[in-house]
Design a protein around this ligand. Structure first.
Ligand code: HGY
Ligand code: MN
Ligand code: MN
Length: 433
């Protein structure tokens, strides 16, 4: 089967989508449920109906674009990613997986391939945490990691609940209806830029993702005593920012001392109150992001951070409290999907290597209900979440071809019914490549 990708059209589509932004190009800002998000969704749906695919949206705006196969009695296979973008981001994060997924379907149709199982492309709502404080809301709800109570529990930065925001933008219905059962999909594979430097540094075209880190995020609030920057002498102070600064260094030290470079910790938010140059900070809110491929090790580091907070609170006579946002398990890829991706790389003659995903993805949650794996392509300098994020069309086309072949393989009934049979074992042998 020869897979031909229309690289020009795909490049035009990536640029057209990037132009739907709340930021000055080349930066992309497209926060969920904003006008730009809705414009981008409408634009995507138009491209998908032009391609002759059927479209359905669920109560939170996850969008399901389906290529119907004759065996509608069997669970479909799926691919997908996100088109929302954090402020001042690039144009490839998530988009490569959505537009690349659409192109993979178009290329398969053009090659004359007909799937036995249906193939579905999913555009997930709110992969980024920008508006509601946690990411992957659409895929968490779909996989049952979040329940319908998220409607009232999740509040946006503008204090709007998820229910108000989604219904205001036209996504009505009971949030419980978003949930898909275990086994709803026979397999899920996501194409994404690596958002790290390894593939480019090693000159390798495809990363076959074996596992995705487990993300945790939480707010730490330090409540001290404010006062006049001149009138309060140093020994009498309970300066919230000095305490926070001490804790930030302890957070970094805890991650560095975990025993593995797979542990990463970031304090990405530091809100200082009242934020006046001549006023002692009375309150500081820190936003902490802590990840690891090993959930136990991550939780151990998290406990060390909480203990450091308790010590600092005691020494400096102030309050330190924590509000957990999420602490998700790492996700492991399915051998079956990994074998299909490996075979696809060989058929396309593309060098590949196994790799860990250090960003989280919708695949992290799709792994809860379906055999999952991811396909990474290199991005320049490993840069992401910045306007200079860049992936070459050569690498994008390579990723789309591997995705197309993987979907073709997974949509073949035999492969999924022969799990454990010779065919999978044969592919598993190749996996040792
Ligand atoms: O933060 C992440 O890992 C993802 O890009 N939302
Ligand atoms: Mn991202
Ligand atoms: Mn992403």
């Amino acid at each position: 089967m020869k897979i031909e990708v229309d690289a020009e059209r795909l490049a035009r589509e990536i640029d057209a989508l990037a132009a739907i932004t709340d930021a000055e190009p080349p930066a992309v800002t497209r926060v969920v449920f904003t006008e730009q998000d809705l414009r981008a969704r409408a634009w995507l749906k138009e491209r998908c109906s032009d391609a002759g695919l059927t479209i359905r949206e669920d109560a939170v705006g996850n969008t399901f674009i389906r290529w119907e196969g004759p065996r509608s009695d069997l669970p479909p296979v799926a691919t997908g990613s996100h088109i929302d973008a954090i402020p001042n981001a690039g144009k490839f994060d998530g988009v490569v997986g959505v537009l690349g997924g659409l192109e993979a379907i178009r290329a398969l149709r053009k090659s004359g391939f007909t799937p036995e199982r249906s193939i579905e492309l999913i555009q997930f709502t709110a992969e980024e945490p920008t508006r509601f404080g946690i990411g992957c809301i659409g895929s968490r709800l779909l996989a049952g990691v979040l329940g319908p109570d998220a409607d009232e529990q999740l509040r946006g930065s503008d204090n709007e609940t998820l229910r108000t925001a989604r219904t205001r933008t036209g996504f009505a219905g009971d949030l419980a209806s978003v949930r898909l059962a275990q086994g709803y999909y026979a397999g899920f594979v996501e194409l994404h830029i690596e958002q790290g430097p390894i593939l480019e540094r090693e000159g390798i075209a495809i990363g076959i993702v074996t596992n995705i880190v487990g993300p945790a995020s939480f707010f730490i609030t330090v409540e001290g005593q404010g006062g006049h920057a001149g009138g309060v002498l140093m020994p009498e102070r309970h300066d919230a920012l000095c305490a926070a600064a001490e804790l930030i260094v302890k957070i970094e030290a805890a991650a560095l001392a975990s025993g593995s470079t797979d542990t990463v910790a970031t304090v990405g938010i530091c809100d200082v109150h009242p934020g006046a140059i001549n006023s002692i900070p009375s309150r500081v809110k820190l936003g902490v992001d802590l990840r690891d491929t090993d959930g136990m090790r991550r939780d151990r580091v998290m406990e060390e951070i909480h203990a450091a907070g308790r010590d600092i609170a005691q020494q400096r006579q102030l309050q330190i409290t924590t509000q957990m946002l999420n602490a998700d398990e790492p996700a492991a890829s399915s051998q079956q999907v990994l074998a299909a991706i490996t075979q696809a790389c060989q058929q396309e003659g593309l060098a590949s290597r196994r790799i860990v995903a250090r960003a989280y993805h919708d695949s992290s949650f799709m792994a809860k209900i379906a055999p999952m794996a991811m396909i990474f392509i290199p991005c320049r300098g490993g840069v992401s979440h910045r306007p200079d994020e860049y992936a070459s069309m050569e690498h994008i086309v390579g990723g789309v071809k591997v995705l197309a072949r993987t979907l073709a393989e997974l949509s073949t009934v035999a492969i999924l019914q022969s799990v454990g049979a010779g065919r999978i074992d044969g592919m598993r042998d190749q996996l040792q490549v």
